[in-house]
Design a protein around this ligand. Structure first.
Ligand SMILES: [Mg+2]
Length: 253
């Protein structure tokens, strides 16, 4: 039986891997603080709050602007450089655009610190999908660049399986906006009816896939509380409990 789909788009966090073992935010902030201090004192300036608190304030600033975008139902990816500059200004640091950009990159630390873990069977399922000839792309809502996400994929020994690495930060729109799906289909040269997308969040992943007219697949990993579809546009075409079940959907098992 020929495969029903030529391409699979993946959400990442909560779909391929989880961060259940991540240290608390305070521990991560304490790790980042010396880097922030080095950069800001290098500009001849000083934060009015401790640098670990500044790190947490910057992250809170990102969350606030994500939430504002959500409430406005506008899914433009917030400008992280503006977010950083705003938080710095609130704490006595005046940064140029280039400096705010430098600081945003400083916050982008090595993935190992977050102790990510693949869900059981992820590697095997991706390898098996690959052997069907399926083309794979990421479609993550992360702000990070493709380069950063590729490093994470490499950390999990997955990078060589992905033809395209797409992020909301690079594309400029957050799921549920379908832009990232459109960009992926174009990059992979696959029509919508030959693509499916797998994700763990109905209101982001499934809504984006549905809006773009591709097959939507909700993954509900066992022993995890998964959000349920709240509106008709969040209803998936299929629900699976493990990535291995994707092979049945693709029609290759
Ligand atoms: Mg997710």
């Amino acid at each position: 039986m020929p495969p029903r789909y030529d391409a699979v788009l993946f959400d990442l966090d909560g779909t391929l891997w989880h961060f259940d073992d991540a240290p608390p935010p305070e521990e991560i902030a304490a790790f980042i603080a010396p880097r922030l201090e080095r950069v800001i004192t290098g500009w001849g300036q000083h934060s009015t709050i401790p640098y670990d608190a500044l790190d947490l304030a910057i992250i809170a600033g990102f969350r606030a602007s994500d939430q504002a975008a959500d409430e406005l139902h506008q899914h433009r990816h917030p400008n992280r450089v503006d977010d950083v500059a705003r938080t710095l200004a609130a704490h006595g640091v005046t940064a140029t655009r280039e400096q705010a950009e430098q600081l945003r990159d400083t916050l982008s630390f090595e993935i190992e610190i977050l102790r990510p873990r693949l869900f059981d069977g992820t590697l095997e399922a991706i390898e098996a999908l690959r052997s069907t000839g399926a083309r794979l792309a990421t479609a993550t809502n992360r702000s990070h660049t493709a380069q950063k996400i590729t490093q994470e994929l490499r950390y999990h020994n997955l990078a060589h399986h992905f033809d395209e690495v797409l992020t909301a930060g690079d594309v400029g729109w957050l799921k549920p906006h379908p832009a990232i799906v459109h960009v992926a289909l174009k990059a992979l040269d696959v029509p919508p009816e030959r693509a499916l997308m797998v994700g763990d969040e109905p209101r982001r992943d499934i809504a984006a896939a549905n809006a773009a007219g591709i097959t939507s697949v909700l993954i509900t990993h066992p022993d995890r509380v998964s959000p349920l579809p709240a509106t008709p546009d969040e209803h998936p075409n299929f629900t699976i409990a493990s990535l291995a079940e994707l092979l049945d959907l693709i029609g290759h098992r």
